[in-house]
Write a protein that binds this ligand. Structure first.
Ligand code: PLP
Length: 475
């Protein structure tokens, strides 16, 4: 008896087939395909059933159904990988996709995507080509290397170099460089996977040349040096200079591998940025092989770049793992275009997005913040206080963890007991059509404007806040 009474509201729900036959549903199918509309209808009906079971049956008229289904389908087909506005203050933000590509790279990628190309075809001889050879000449020009190869990312480059040069042998590393780079990339683990034995030398704070000299022997595959990219050791410390270690390795005939991590191609101090070692310097110091990322300070696509001695790079390229780690034509096109920009250092800052953002003038960021302050005030209303404050941006991706870049931020705080909390504010900005990502610290939402180049877009996004959230705009 009771079960019949309870079932009655369920019976009022239409069947899947009935919903699929409605004109509005048919037009959704026309636009988005049957599979995804069927899923949306099933999910929608399940939600209605759950509502009834929970004792809150909703009246379902055709217009409501049509609009709810249209929303569901729109959500389902919307791309999951979305653009966001990075106001975190970290320029090379790994979770937000690191370096932004300059227009030149975007054009080059679009072109190779849509057409055939000489990826592995030698146009001159008409024979088979090598995809690395497309990039070797420009890398030689920019780093002074004899040879080069490109893989999926720098983690892959390190793995591949270790596996090729030291498998079944010892890799000599300082205890001060037993590091974790983030995202579960820990040097000892990578060594184990690469099949090499870790031979630790020195101590956490001090390693001397004689420590290396004593460790090198018949079992040595290579000596590895890792650039301190995401940490600093200070106080009573000693580290062996690259050039000294390079000379020792050349003398003893063992490969010297240097993982530079970020690896800036040019001296960044020219633009007021902290100096990072360049692959050219590291090679000149005697490194046999140097690895670095494509999408950190270089400002290009995700890639791992391996430069070094011809014979060692040739060995690396013959490793079957290389085939598994190779890059696609889009990566090569973007990388070639970005590397090309380095040929003209005088225009590099203007053209290379990452460098432009990193070296942006603080006064310009401050002025931008002042212009945006009233826009935020209008959009967020009385529950929020808006101020412009000095802040410090980070390069990100491990590059120069200690150095900070002077910048300016819009800082949003709750105003009055009924005001919006920083968490609520953060959620509101994340819910915008193009999510705006800031950082909560000291009970405030901080929006570092260093990476904001499209001011007009942010203004028009803020315009929709009252509509989306029902917050009363302030005067
Ligand atoms: C970032 C980094 C890596 C990893 O590079 P990905 O390109 O992110 O794979 C390796 N070593 C060092 C020192 C790094 O800074």
């Amino acid at each position: 008896m009771t079960s019949v009474a309870r079932d009655a509201p369920f019976a009022s729900l239409p069947s899947v087939d009935k919903v699929l036959g409605e004109a509005t549903t048919l037009s959704l199918i026309e636009r988005h395909g049957r599979t995804c509309v069927v899923t949306a209808v099933r999910d929608w009906l399940a939600e209605k059933r759950a509502d009834i079971a929970a004792g809150r049956p909703a009246a379902i008229d055709e217009a409501t159904m049509a609009s709810e289904l249209a929303h569901r389908v729109a959500r389902q087909v919307a791309p999951r990988l979305r653009r966001v506005i990075n106001l975190t203050g970290t320029v090379l933000h790994t979770n937000l996709g690191r370096a932004l590509m300059p227009t030149e790279a975007v054009r080059a990628v679009a072109e190779v995507m849509e057409s055939f190309g000489n990826l592995e075809y030698d146009i001159e001889s008409g024979g088979r080509g090598d995809r690395d050879d497309l990039i070797v000449p420009i890398l030689a020009e920019l780093t002074g290397c004899e040879s080069a190869t490109i893989v999926n990312n720098n983690a892959a480059a390190v793995l591949l170099a270790l596996n090729t040069l030291s498998r079944g042998k010892e890799a000599v590393v300082s205890r001060g460089e037993q590091i974790e780079i983030g995202g579960a990339f820990r040097l000892p683990d990578i060594m184990a996977r690469a099949g090499c034995k870790l031979r630790e030398v020195g101590t956490t704070n001090r390693t001397h040349l004689k420590d290396y000299a004593e460790a090198i022997g018949p079992k040595t595959g290579l000596v590895l040096k890792v650039h301190k990219s995401n940490y600093a050791v200070t106080g009573f410390t000693a580290e062996v200079e690259e050039a000294e270690l390079g000379a020792l390795c050349r003398e003893r005939g063992v490969p010297f591998l240097v993982d530079l991590g970020s690896g800036a191609l040019v001296d960044l101090s020219r633009w007021g940025l902290p100096k990072e070692p360049t692959p050219r310097e590291t090679l000149a110091h005697g490194a046999s092989v140097v690895t670095f990322s494509g999408d950190k300070l270089l400002g290009g696509p995700q890639a791992g770049i391996v430069v070094g001695d011809k014979d060692l790079v040739a060995k690396i390229k013959k490793n079957p793992l290389k085939r598994a780690l190779r890059v696609n034509k889009m990566t090569l096109a973007a990388l070639e275009a970005v590397l090309g920009l380095y040929r003209d250092p005088d225009r590099l800052r203007e053209k290379l997005t990452t460098l432009r953002l990193l070296s942006r003038d603080t006064a310009e960021i401050r002025a931008l913040a002042q212009r945006l302050k009233p826009v935020f005030e209008r959009a967020l209303g009385e529950g929020v206080s808006v101020s412009v404050e000095e802040c410090a941006s980070q390069i990100g991706s491990g590059a120069q963890p200690v150095e900070r870049l002077a910048s300016a931020a819009i800082v949003l705080r709750r105003s009055g007991p009924k005001g919006m909390s920083p968490t609520k504010l953060e959620r509101t900005l994340r819910a915008l059509p193009v999510p705006v990502i800031g950082r909560i610290a000291d009970d405030a939402l901080r929006l570092d404007l260093r990476c904001l180049e499209n001011e007009a877009e942010l203004c028009s996004l803020l315009d929709v806040i009252p509509v989306k959230t029902g917050i009363q705009p302030g005067r």
